[in-house]
Design a protein around this ligand. Structure first.
Ligand SMILES: C[S@@+](CC[C@H](N)C(=O)[O-])C[C@H]1O[C@@H](n2cnc3c(N)ncnc32)[C@H](O)[C@@H]1O
Length: 333
């Protein structure tokens, strides 16, 4: 794959540095630009673990599936092919721009909903979408969020610090860094970013915002440059990676959404139906693992993946972000 194609490839990564392969550079200083998104439809999006998702979900003709994180419908299209001639996919996508893009494609047997998968039962009711034979969640963001959204997901671009998948939901990264108490910032950086310099960074954020608000990705990079010791700014993984990851997870209530959707998914699935979840962050994976384990003990489901399924070398070569993907699958009993 060319470098360009590689950079435009899909990312579900919580680790923005994965998106760029190696250590990325800081964004250009100066005026903050809102990146236009004219190339949305041309963005190449490589779905992670496609073969494994099909193998484990095992869709059959005329069954119905839910894709709770539709994105650019890569997985959904594969499932739709398997459930021909009458099977349907209900695709849920929170980001309106991505949703509109897919809507334009008029994909046959794909029912669309611009919403959060955390409202699964309500959405199913609205579309009268039963029975459900399988559910897929491919967590995280797409390449478009980094490349074309202009919402500050990427530390390679100087954009306004927003990081919400949908501006009607969640809390912007700008509000988090400018309004939250120091202690909460530190806890967020530790819990969602595993950031070892959480205290120094939260101290520096509070110090900086006393003079002027931190409004852009570049403003935040300047804070991080001051807070993180110089010798730790040279590693393979960009020094902003963990802070950006923590802010995105918090801004979108990502872990809470997973906690909310799992019991709903279990409830609406047919017996023998499967739920497949691809996660990219240890916090997400832990929630899924524990939910499957607890409900297996209660006899509600059977875990089909004793260990999470991970990408093979050849997939990682073509799609670098797949290296942090973990797929877990369970079957309803
Ligand atoms: C990794 S992409 C999915 C890619 C997709 N599986 C494919 O193959 O094209 C994840 C998508 O989930 C969306 N998303 C994130 N949180 C969501 C939520 N709570 N509800 C619905 N969609 C969400 C993001 O906007 C993004 O488009």
């Amino acid at each position: 794959m060319s470098v360009e194609a590689n950079q435009l490839a899909s990312t579900s990564a919580n680790d923005p540095s994965d998106y760029f392969g190696d250590r990325a550079h800081s964004p250009p200083r100066g005026r903050c630009k809102r990146t236009p998104s004219p190339f949305l439809s041309e963005l190449m999006h490589i779905s992670v673990l496609p073969k494994q998702v099909l193998e484990y979900l095992d869709p059959k003709p005329n069954e119905n599936y839910i894709d709770g994180t539709l994105g650019f419908a890569g997985h959904s299209k594969l499932i739709l092919e398997r459930i021909k001639p009458n099977g349907r996919v209900l695709g849920i996508e929170l980001t309106s721009e991505v949703f509109e893009q897919i809507k334009k494609q008029n994909i046959e047997r794909l029912v669309l909903e611009n919403n959060s998968y955390s409202r699964l039962q309500e959405i199913i009711k609205k579309h009268n979408f039963l029975p459900v034979h399988g559910i897929l969640l491919d967590l995280g963001m797409s390449s478009w969020h980094l490349e074309g959204s202009g919402k500050g997901f990427s530390f390679q671009k100087n954009e306004e610090l927003d990081m919400r998948f949908n501006q009607d939901r969640g809390v912007s990264a700008k509000d988090i860094v400018n309004l939250w108490p120091r202690q909460e910032l530190e806890e967020m950086l530790i819990e969602y970013g595993g950031e070892r310099f959480a205290k120094r960074i939260s101290d520096e954020i509070v110090q900086t915002r006393k003079d002027k608000p931190i409004k852009t990705t570049s403003d935040l990079i300047v804070v991080l440059e001051r807070a993180i010791p110089k010798r730790f700014q040279q590693g393979k993984i960009h020094f902003a990676t963990k802070t950006f990851q923590a802010l995105r997870i918090k801004a979108n209530h990502e872990l809470e959404n997973i906690k909310q959707v799992l019991p709903q998914a279990l409830k609406i699935l047919e017996k023998g139906g499967r739920i497949a979840i691809i996660s990219f962050h240890s916090g997400e994976d832990r929630i899924v693992k524990n939910f499957f384990r607890d409900h297996a003990k209660l006899g509600h489901l059977k875990t089909l993946t004793k260990k999470p399924i991970i990408a093979q070398e050849d997939e990682i070569k073509d799609n670098p972000r797949s290296r942090s993907a973990k797929l877990r699958v369970a079957e309803k009993l």
